[in-house]
Ligand binder design. Structure first.
Ligand code: KG4
Ligand code: ZN
Length: 366
């Protein structure tokens, strides 16, 4: 739905409920600069701990229970009042459908009650634009989006203009972190738990494969790595030392795969544009080892490297509010009957031409 482009400051309330984080934030966008006026996140890690993965029904209920108070807190902190908002944005997919419906319905109710435009945001667009929350990052840029449900290289040409260059053909990298943590019996969220363990281990201790590195192109694969981790965990008694070694070796293998493919992606994109910016975003981008490896790779290729602060790598509402504000500024709003979507590729054209079966479908964050 097109409406007039918005001039001056655009202030948006954003809501995120696609997986196991309930979040609300208020962001103001002015002269291309984003200001996060307020943000609140309630993680559900403990609600799901007993079950070894995110349970969609429990997630949806938890979102419904927490959303009202989070929105109220964000609005109080922002101090702009309902009349100070230009619109309300919510994740409309992809994600666990019950949770997405909870967030989107809340946003619709607010939009209707306050007479505000609604923006139905693609969660992946939130991640894709997240570096612009903290840094001045102009379009176009090369993006590695690496999260619990997705792992893809994208040419970000502008708001709403995304071209998928390559993708995992099976599991997402975050999913591999989560499964490794589960296999080793680590508590808490998978990625951070593996990263913590890895600090006590040797990255060269356990030999693990780097699938697809011998093949050209930007597609990736992580499922063979997961199988190899399982074998390593069953091979020998799982002492604390062994566990740390497996974590360090696994993390190194993921970093190797992503660094090598990023190197290729930068070479490919350098042929099409003079703008040399490489961005990594999504939950796995919070990983320090990975960030350091990608930064070094970018330096080698003469690219500027940008990674959002950790709190904006994992799921958050600031990136959804920002995506909403960027869209509203361009006059893009959505009707109140916009449906929630479990699946919603960022680059619809590539997804239709070459569907990537399996990617991001199996994980908790699918
Ligand atoms: O972006 P995100 O919060 O949700 C999705 O949209 O998928 O990403 C969550 C994923 C999980 O798989 C989690 O284990 C992983 O990001 N993650 C990490 C780290 N922090 C979160 N992986 C590796 N290292 C981390 N520090
Ligand atoms: Zn996400």
């Amino acid at each position: 739905m097109m409406q007039a482009m918005m001039q001056g400051a655009v202030t948006v309330l954003g809501i995120e409920t696609s997986c196991d984080e309930t979040a609300a934030a208020v962001v103001r966008l002015e002269n291309g600069r984003a200001d996060v006026l307020a943000e609140h996140v309630a993680s559900q890690t403990e609600d799901h701990a007993l079950y070894g993965g995110v349970v969609p029904e429990i997630a949806a209920r938890a979102h419904v229970e927490r959303l009202d108070s989070l929105v109220r807190l964000a609005m109080e902190d922002a101090g702009v009042g309902w009349s100070g908002l230009s619109g309300v944005a919510a994740t409309a997919g992809p994600g666990l459908i019950g949770g997405v419906m909870a967030g989107l319905s809340t946003a619709k109710a607010i939009a209707l009650a306050r007479g505000l435009p609604l923006v139905a945001v693609n969660h992946l667009e939130g991640h894709a634009l997240s570096p612009r929350l903290a840094d001045d990052v102009a379009f176009p840029y090369l993006l590695l989006l690496v999260s619990g449900g997705h792992c893809q290289f994208v040419a970000v040409e502008g708001v709403g203009r995304y071209r998928r260059l390559g993708s995992t053909i099976d599991d997402a990298a975050g999913e591999a972190f989560d499964k490794t943590a589960k296999l080793l019996g680590l508590a808490g969220q998978g990625g951070p738990a593996v990263e913590r363990e890895a600090t006590n281990g040797e990255a060269t201790a356990v030999e693990l494969p780097r699938p697809l590195l011998d093949r050209p192109g930007l597609d990736m694969s992580f499922s063979g790595l997961k199988t190899a981790v399982r074998r390593a965990a069953e091979d020998q008694p799982l002492t604390p030392r062994r566990r740390a070694d497996i974590c360090a070796s696994f993390q190194d293998a993921v970093a190797d795969i992503l660094a090598a493919k990023s190197s290729r992606a930068m070479e490919a994109i350098a042929e099409t544009t003079d703008r040399r910016t490489f961005v990594v975003a999504g939950g796995v981008a919070a990983n320090k080892t990975l960030r350091a490896r990608l930064e070094a790779e970018a330096r080698n290729h003469g690219f500027r490297f940008v990674a959002p602060p950790q709190r904006w790598c994992t799921d958050n509402a600031a990136m959804i509010a920002l995506a909403g504000a960027e869209r509203l500024r361009l006059g893009l709003a959505d009707p109140l009957d916009t449906p929630a979507r479990a699946r919603w590729p960022l680059d619809q054209a590539s997804a239709s031409a070459a569907p990537v079966y399996g990617a991001g479908k199996k994980g908790a964050k699918a």
